[in-house]
Design a protein around this ligand. Structure first.
Ligand code: ZN
Length: 491
């Protein structure tokens, strides 16, 4: 069904025909979270973007090894080479052991991903579990001459590297501009240039997480873990490297330089980046005070939220935008998504019971082709989604008896919806927890109905009328029957 896949490569700034290094197989590395706080929408967007890509490539027959790391050491505050480790800082605030912080927020991240139906990656390596591999990378880079030791720390020599290689291409920065921007900041630093970044840092006495190395008791620089772990699990060259757009500089630029310096070649064939999220048109961020955690979205417990939004509503909303577009969150947009998702899932549930005829007045094959072509065009989920909604119209029209469909077309429609909605988009009926809430609601209303019947039996008309009135006001439809009464929640 798919002739070729086009992928937008951040490095070349154009769509390219996707050709894996090994036919039928591919390796994908995505930068995962630094686990020092509750997961927020930015985490969800990156995870859902690459989950979509993972699911799509698998659905069309590729064997995919998907590696997404957990950063649990070495990521310093403000992406700097000096100062506090983000995790150690949080550990002090929470009065926990750093690894307790790591475990706490890794668990929370995994729980949120499960609710969002994000499939787990094939391998989820932790930086702290790959210190040996990172030390080996530092040795190789030192040997190649693109790093130097200074006071027990090792730094990557960016200017030396840039003189012989490209540096800044991925993020669209010019080395001359970078140099002139950092020159003035140079002070008594142990670095040769402000542009240089740490491969290994000697731990200061207040640093809790440190390991022995040939240079000092210390810890690896943040960028190094991804070079070491992608190489370990995917090889010196691999197909796709992904992450949020905010990681292009310095993180991915540094990764590119490290692997070239260490292995003598570019590691990545296709760089893919998802765009950022805004909230009511404004950038989101912890420091801006408008970062809403996923938990807060799911519970509605945040002053900016009018109500709770289910994980599938969030997932559906993200799929409605192309991963390279910015995505603006607002209550209005989320409520529209909630309705759209409901229409889609209702249609999906109806397919099996659609009446069939001898002839079809719809073209299901063409519809399926359009959906898959959209996905093959750089994962254009919003276009694929719009074709799916043409399918929803067909399902509703057949269901209402206005359109004819043959049994084989109904099967094709079912196959399309299952592959696209369930397997690739990863949408599912809402979680058990919500089903549980519905159950409790049902029990409470049943109880009120019972009290009303008892009041009636006792000729306490005032109470029975009051219960009926109040329930109707909330949105319930109460009907008296010959055996008692029934109720329904009107939407
Ligand atoms: Zn990374």
């Amino acid at each position: 069904m798919i002739q070729e896949i086009q992928i937008y490569n951040t490095l070349t700034r154009q769509k390219e025909v996707f050709e894996p290094l090994v036919p039928g197989k591919l390796g994908m590395y995505v930068c995962g979270p630094t686990v020092y706080g509750p997961p927020h929408l930015g985490h969800a967007r990156s995870a859902i973007t690459f989950d979509l890509i993972f699911r799509f490539l698998k659905a069309i027959g590729y064997k995919v090894r998907y590696v997404r790391n957990i950063t649990d050491v070495g990521h310093l505050v403000a992406d700097a080479d000096e100062g506090e480790d983000k995790i150690a800082k949080q550990a002090k605030l929470d009065e926990l052991e750093p690894m307790e912080v790591v475990q706490k927020y890794t668990n929370l991240f995994h729980h949120s991903m499960e609710l969002l139906n994000v499939a787990p990656p094939s391998i989820e390596p932790r930086a702290s579990g790959h210190i040996v591999e990172q030390i080996e990378e530092v040795k190789k880079i030192l040997k190649s001459g693109y790093a130097y030791e200074s006071n027990g720390s090792v730094y990557f020599d960016v200017e030396k590297f840039a003189a012989e290689n490209e540096y800044g291409k991925l993020s669209g920065r010019k080395i001359e501009d970078l140099i002139s921007n950092t020159r003035t900041l140079d002070g008594q630093s142990e670095k040769r240039s402000g542009l240089d970044f740490a491969l290994w840092k000697k731990a200061q006495p207040e640093h809790i997480m440190h390991w022995p190395s040939p240079w000092s008791e210390g810890f690896p620089g943040w960028h190094l873990e991804c070079t070491a772990m992608s190489c370990k699990y995917l090889g010196e060259t691999f197909d796709i490297h992904g992450g949020g757009m905010d990681l292009t500089f310095p993180h991915h630029e540094a990764e590119m330089a490290q692997s070239k310096a260490s292995h003598g070649k570019d590691a990545v064939h296709y760089w893919m980046h998802n765009n950022m999220i805004t909230l009511n048109g404004q950038k989101m961020g912890k420091s801006l005070g408008n970062a809403i955690s996923l938990e807060e979205f799911f519970s509605g417990n945040h002053p900016l939220l009018e109500k709770a939004y289910s994980p599938m509503t969030i997932r559906f909303f993200m799929l409605q935008a192309h991963y390279r577009s910015t995505l603006d969150f607002s209550n209005e947009a989320l409520q529209a998504s909630e309705k759209g998702l409901e229409r889609l899932m209702k249609a999906l549930a109806k397919i099996d019971s659609l009446p069939v005829s001898d002839s079809s007045s719809v073209k299901i094959e063409e519809l399926a082709q359009n959906c898959f072509s959209a996905m093959a065009d750089d994962m254009n989920s919003p276009i694929a989604m719009s074709y799916l909604f043409e399918g929803v119209k067909i399902i509703n029209s057949v269901s209402d008896g206005n359109t004819n469909i043959t049994p084989s077309d109904r099967d094709a429609l079912k196959q399309l919806f299952h592959t696209l909605v369930v397997d690739i988009f990863g949408l599912k009926a809402e979680s058990q927890a919500e089903a549980g809430n519905t159950e409790v609601l049902t029990e409470v209303v049943d109880l009120l109905m019972k009290l009303r019947l008892e009041a009636k039996a006792n000729k306490d008309w005032a109470t029975s009328d009051k219960i009926r009135k109040e329930l109707t006001a909330i949105g319930f439809d109460i009907k008296d029957t010959k055996d008692g009464a029934s109720w329904e929640l009107k939407k």
